[in-house]
Write a protein that binds this ligand. Structure first.
Ligand SMILES: *[C@@H]1O[C@H](CO)[C@@H](O)[C@H](O)[C@H]1NC(C)=O
Ligand SMILES: *[C@@H]1O[C@H](CO)[C@@H](O)[C@H](O)[C@H]1NC(C)=O
Ligand SMILES: *[C@@H]1O[C@H](CO)[C@@H](O)[C@H](O)[C@H]1NC(C)=O
Ligand SMILES: *[C@@H]1O[C@H](CO)[C@@H](O)[C@H](O)[C@H]1NC(C)=O
Ligand SMILES: *[C@@H]1O[C@H](CO)[C@@H](O)[C@H](O)[C@H]1NC(C)=O
Ligand SMILES: *[C@@H]1O[C@H](CO)[C@@H](O)[C@H](O)[C@H]1NC(C)=O
Ligand SMILES: *[C@@H]1O[C@H](CO)[C@@H](O)[C@H](O)[C@H]1NC(C)=O
Ligand SMILES: *[C@@H]1O[C@H](CO)[C@@H](O)[C@H](O)[C@H]1NC(C)=O
Ligand SMILES: *[C@@H]1O[C@H](CO)[C@@H](O)[C@H](O)[C@H]1NC(C)=O
Ligand SMILES: *[C@@H]1O[C@H](CO)[C@@H](O)[C@H](O)[C@H]1NC(C)=O
Ligand SMILES: *[C@@H]1O[C@H](CO)[C@@H](O)[C@H](O)[C@H]1NC(C)=O
Length: 858
């Protein structure tokens, strides 16, 4: 109850607009309302406002003299005190600038930002009713008057941003009703007074002075204190460990800022008893010891800054309980060990700074789940392992730095695009700079890679056992044997020559070539098999435009194009300048070698103009698996649609052509190959020079273990292409492919990416919701609407078809053959021509208003 009536605003009900909005808390606004209410009840408002008119209330003699003395000692550079010119009758009439009275007694003296110099007279002690003195942002010198201690009603002292010097008079501790003492940003010296009897103190701001001595114990016992700001002084000693001794929630301290002092000792455990704390700033001191794990109980803590101290020990696991935390800064300490894996409970975290410590182990992948994080600085630590791919999910990341650690492997794609090399230097990372491409076979962790030098193993006959079919080998064996031996010799010579040549060029290249040693090559019914020599790699070619050796492949310059649940895709430039796309499958996700080989052989036979052809595969000695595809110049449909400049327009015929291409490819896959794709997304549609669609990644699920496939489906689920039934079924089929195709067609129509937020709806739901409201035109990509008068029907019919494909009920969806047929009926293909009228377009017969297939509307 006390504190309710003890708010700083009591002193001046007219100044409530100065309410410090930044520090507004529920608690505070309640106090304010109660205070206002209280004053209205007592009629104070009326009384005080009466002073504005001349109503005969004359200032008391004592107050008049005090005001004259004040004026006398102040230096009035701007003439604001000229109004203090009569013999006193005007002082309480509202004519004297900065004076407020009640019954002829001055209760407030307020002249901030008035260019006042000189000193504050000790005569101020005569203003016996004074509640508030507010002279901040002037150029006052001299000291803080000790006579303030004679003012029993004093509640607010605002003298910040002046040039006051000397020490703070201890007498101020006599002001039992004091609520705010803000002397910050002056030149005060000496010790902090004990304010043990000021039991209503809410805000103590003595920051930016030159105060010395220690933090008085009494401050740790204050129940009323909310702001304690002592930063930027020369305070020494340790922080008392006597906080919150009686009952956790009866202490109200929310902001504790002690940074930039000379404070030593340890972080007191008792801080954890201050359940209201929102900010702890102890940076730039001389604190040592460990971070008490008890701080994990401060569930309202938003900012914890312990930077630039000498704190050691670990990052306490309990800190991941600080669910309100917005900023965590531990920079410049001696913290070590691992960072706890469960950091994603810090869902509100936006700044994580662990720079300049000795943290080791892996960077927790869970950081990728803290979607709002925008600053991560882990530089100058001992983090090892790879940068987790999950960090690519952080769309709001504006600053990222992992330089000078012990990190290895490839930098996740988006990070490497977004941040320059100074964020990554001082590691063993690759792929963040075009001059540091990633080899396909970077040595996996704790596992000597192929660069370890040649190890002689008797593996040649292994591979012969594993060739495609025994029969062919038997038939071919006799006849080819001689030719084979000859070929072997030629190849060996070639390789040795090449190896010597590449050794001269750069170290890495030379190493991998040497590691592979001699090779041999067989030709069996159009399939070329090359078994890499000493390390036992194996390259199998299907028909294709280029032939290359395992060496060529492993030594190609590579550039990461993208990552998916299956693995990483690279653009590889072979030594002869030819380019191929290489997919390195994730480790430990593929089926056993035998099954893998028979499945991949089937995939290698699939040929269709709208399916990206698999040209070869390579199996490394440690089970690494590379798939080699044609490289197409125009990248993925996803980047074509969503990562273009504002002036690049993609017209309707182009989009329609893409849709038809995908449908044709999928049709071939379903009908001829009897294979479902399982992971059809716009990132998996690759565009060639003429912007024709080629479906990639088809059939990869056949190479994977069941567990890996479940994982792929889960990942794809978050991208927005998965049919709803997949969440239960776990296995893709032609109907789930048709759903994904429908989403891609919607993507082409709307220009929206299915992964972007649409008020919590996925793309089909969003489109359905708009169509339902009969605002169908709002659905389409704006740039398509320019041609709407000509192509309107086509858009509507395509939309209708797409919505049919994304019907929540699998049975209601068409087969892809029907989709293709309908797409072709919508308009005969006329590539390049926009808006061809009279091409026999059948109208939908529903007057332009597309009706949803009934079951899709829920
Ligand atoms: C006192 O100051 C006020 C305001 O500056 C001015 O209007 C008034 O004329 C002055 N009175 C005298 C007696 O100088
Ligand atoms: C304390 O004073 C400093 C300097 O005037 C100011 O920046 C800071 O916001 C103040 N803090 C509180 C809690 O009043
Ligand atoms: C606080 O009040 C007690 C009891 O009246 C008194 O003994 C003590 O000196 C006061 N402390 C200060 C700093 O004025
Ligand atoms: C603290 O003391 C040192 C040495 O006396 C002085 O150089 C420095 O300016 C002081 N810092 C503050 C904030 O007063
Ligand atoms: C985190 O909080 C939960 C529940 O609030 C508690 O059970 C757990 O012990 C806390 N963990 C740590 C490490 O403090
Ligand atoms: C996280 O921030 C949001 C928005 O500022 C807030 O509403 C929410 O309460 C915060 N969560 C926690 C646990 O503090
Ligand atoms: C990293 O660890 C190594 C070996 O344990 C140690 O020598 C080095 O000082 C550490 N570096 C940092 C920045 O902690
Ligand atoms: C992110 O959160 C989701 C859901 O809470 C969880 O399934 C997933 O494992 C988390 N990912 C990481 C990298 O922690
Ligand atoms: C990312 O930043 C934007 C703009 O500041 C904000 O609206 C959005 O909520 C942020 N996203 C997350 C996940 O915090
Ligand atoms: C870097 O990490 C590797 C293993 O990941 C370790 O053997 C090596 O000692 C680390 N180097 C430093 C300087 O910590
Ligand atoms: C990353 O940190 C290093 C070392 O602290 C610094 O030199 C570099 O400028 C930082 N880079 C960025 C992008 O912040």
């Amino acid at each position: 109850m006390d504190t309710k009536f003890g708010s700083p605003f009591v002193t001046n009900p007219f100044q409530f607009l100065h309410f410090p909005s930044k520090e507004t808390t529920n608690w505070f606004s309640k106090v304010f309302l109660y205070t206002l209410l209280f004053f209205q009840i007592l009629g104070f408002t009326k009384l005080v406002s009466g002073g504005h008119q001349w109503d005969g209330i004359i200032v008391t003699q004592a107050d008049y003299q005090a005001l004259r003395a004040l004026k006398h000692e102040l230096v009035d550079f701007k003439g604001v005190l000229r109004s203090w010119n009569d013999s006193g009758y005007g002082a309480c009439s509202g004519r004297w600038a900065g004076i407020k009275c009640v019954r002829g007694q001055v209760i407030a003296l307020q002249l901030p930002w008035k260019g006042l110099g000189g000193k504050i007279s000790e005569k101020i002690g005569q203003l016996q009713s004074l509640r508030k003195i507010n002279l901040h942002d002037n150029v006052l010198a001299g000291s803080v008057p000790w006579s303030l201690g004679f003012l029993p009603n004093l509640r607010g002292v605002y003298l910040f941003n002046n040039q006051l010097s000397g020490s703070i008079p201890p007498s101020i501790g006599n002001c039992l009703l004091l609520q705010t003492l803000d002397l910050s940003n002056n030149a005060l010296t000496g010790a902090i007074p004990s304010l043990e009897n000021s039991t209503r103190l809410i805000r103590l701001n003595l920051s930016f002075n030159s105060l010395t001595g220690t933090i008085p114990n009494s401050l740790t016992k204050s129940h009323s204190l909310i702001f304690l700001a002592l930063q930027h002084n020369n305070i020494s000693g340790s922080i008392p460990n006597t906080w919150g001794q009686i009952g956790k929630n009866t202490y109200h301290l929310q902001f504790l800022t002690l940074d930039h002092n000379l404070i030593s000792g340890t972080i007191p455990v008792s801080l954890s008893k201050l359940g209201w704390l929102e900010e702890i700033s102890l940076s730039h001191n001389k604190l040592s010891g460990t971070i008490p794990s008890e701080l994990g109980s401060l569930l309202r803590l938003q900012r914890l800054d312990l930077s630039y101290n000498a704190i050691n020990g670990s990052f306490p696991v309990s800190l991941s309980n600080l669910s309100s935390l917005v900023s965590l800064n531990l920079e410049g300490n001696h913290l070590g060990n691992q960072v706890p894996e469960a950091l994603d409970r810090l869902q509100n975290l936006s700044v994580l700074n662990l720079k300049n410590n000795q943290f080791k182990g892996q960077i927790p992948a869970t950081i990728g789940n803290i979607s709002g994080i925008d600053v991560i600085d882990l530089s100058h630590n001992n983090f090892s392992g790879e940068i987790p791919d999950s960090l690519d999910n952080l769309a709001n990341l504006t600053s990222f730095n992992v330089s000078y650690n012990n990190l290895t492997g490839a930098v996740p794609l988006l990070l490497s695009k977004k941040f320059n090399s100074s964020s990554f230097v001082g590691n063993i990372l690759c792929g963040y700079d075009s001059s540091i491409p990633c080899p396909f076979l970077s040595p996996p962790q704790n596992n000597p890679g192929p660069f370890q030098g040649p190890t002689v193993k008797p593996h040649h006959h292994h591979h012969h056992h594993k060739l495609s079919t025994k029969d062919i080998i038997l038939i071919a064996a006799g006849a080819v044997l001689a030719a084979l031996l000859l070929l072997c010799c030629i190849l060996l010579c070639c390789l040795i020559r090449k190896r010597t040549a590449s050794k001269g060029k750069n170290g890495k290249t030379a190493k991998s070539a040497a590691a592979l040693g001699s090779s041999e090559k067989e030709i069996t019914s159009g399939t070329h098999v090359e078994s890499g020599g000493e390390t036992g790699g194996k390259l199998v070619h299907f028909d294709g435009p280029f032939l290359f050796t395992a060496d060529d492949l492993l030594c190609a310059t590579a550039e990461i194009m993208g990552k998916s649940a299956y693995g990483t895709a690279y653009k590889a430039t072979l030594e002869d300048g030819n380019q191929v796309a290489v997919k390195r499958l994730r480790e430990k996700t593929t089926k056993s070698q035998k099954e893998f080989e028979s499945e991949v052989a089937a995939l290698g036979k699939v040929r269709h103009p709208n399916l990206l052809a698999l040209r070869a595969y390579y199996m490394g000695p440690k089970g690494e698996k590379l798939l080699v595809y044609d490289y197409l110049t125009n990248g993925s449909l996803a980047s074509f649609l969503h990562a273009r400049g504002p002036e690049t327009i993609i017209n309707w015929p182009t989009r329609m052509n893409i849709a038809k291409g995908i449908a044709r490819g999928l049709c071939h896959l379903h009908a001829q190959e009897e294979m479902a794709h399982g992971n059809l997304t716009s990132s998996n549609i690759i565009l060639d020079e003429q912007i024709n669609a080629h479906i990639a990644d088809f059939g990869l699920s056949r190479l994977m273990t069941a567990a890996a496939n479940t994982n792929v489906i889960a990942t794809a689920g978050s991208l927005g292409y998965n049919a709803p039934e997949l969440s239960k079924m776990k296995k893709a089929n032609t109907k789930t492919d048709v759903y994904s195709l429908g989403v891609i067609i919607l993507e082409l129509l709307t220009g929206k990416s299915p992964s972007e937020g649409m008020n919590g709806m996925d793309l089909p739901q969003w489109v359905a919701s708009i169509v339902k409201e009969e605002w169908t035109n709002e659905v389409f990509d704006l740039e398509l609407m320019r041609d709407a008068p000509i192509i309107g029907d086509e858009l509507l019919n395509t939309l209708k078809l797409a919505l049919h494909c994304v019907d929540p009920s699998p049975a209601a969806r068409p087969e892809v053959q029907q989709v293709l047929q309908q797409l072709e009926e919508i308009k005969p293909e006329l590539p390049g021509s926009s808006g061809d009228e009279g091409a026999g377009v059948p109208t939908a017969g529903d007057d332009g208003a597309v009706k949803l297939p009934s079951s899709a509307s829920e």
